[in-house]
Design a protein around this ligand. Structure first.
Ligand code: AMP
Length: 128
């Protein structure tokens, strides 16, 4: 079972943003930028392009909704999207509020307190 399945099942805590029948969104614990969010299909499949078409397109649609709420919440030029998956073998989309290119590098990280994560998650939820 992946760490993301444990999060989806409520066995590991997260800063949850949204959930529907098939998808789940929460804040990345080691963000490239404030608001860095992960959108995950509940189905545990490692690689994005191994998802069936319905799940793949559904993940994009779900991510688009979350991105709109992120854009409203976090001052930024735009929301960047990337898929990596080298750390957690459970398909997920990274949504990252961007002002500069280094925020897409995964070497530039920001620190947020537990309280800041909690407030941010609530603000994004309120903008959904
Ligand atoms: P990757 O699999 O390379 O796309 O990276 C996995 C991402 O998941 C990284 O950005 C991690 O910071 C993030 N991550 C790993 N464990 C957790 C967790 N328990 N809660 C939130 N984010 C996590």
């Amino acid at each position: 079972m992946t760490v993301f399945t444990k999060i989806i099942n409520g066995e590991i805590p997260c800063y949850k943003i949204a959930e529907d029948e098939n998808f789940f969104a929460f804040l990345d614990i080691n963000p490239n930028a404030k608001g860095h969010t992960l959108c995950v299909p509940k189905q545990e499949i490692d690689k994005l392009f191994d998802l069936d078409d319905t799940t793949y397109l559904g993940l994009m649609q779900f991510s688009k909704k979350i991105a709109a709420a992120l854009k409203k919440t976090v001052p930024c030029d735009r929301i960047g999207m990337t898929v990596i998956g080298l750390e957690v073998p459970h398909a997920h989309v990274h949504l990252i509020p961007l002002n500069e290119m280094r925020e897409m590098t995964f070497k530039h990280k920001v620190n947020l307190t537990k309280e800041e994560f909690e407030v941010l998650a609530k603000e994004i939820q309120a903008n959904l």
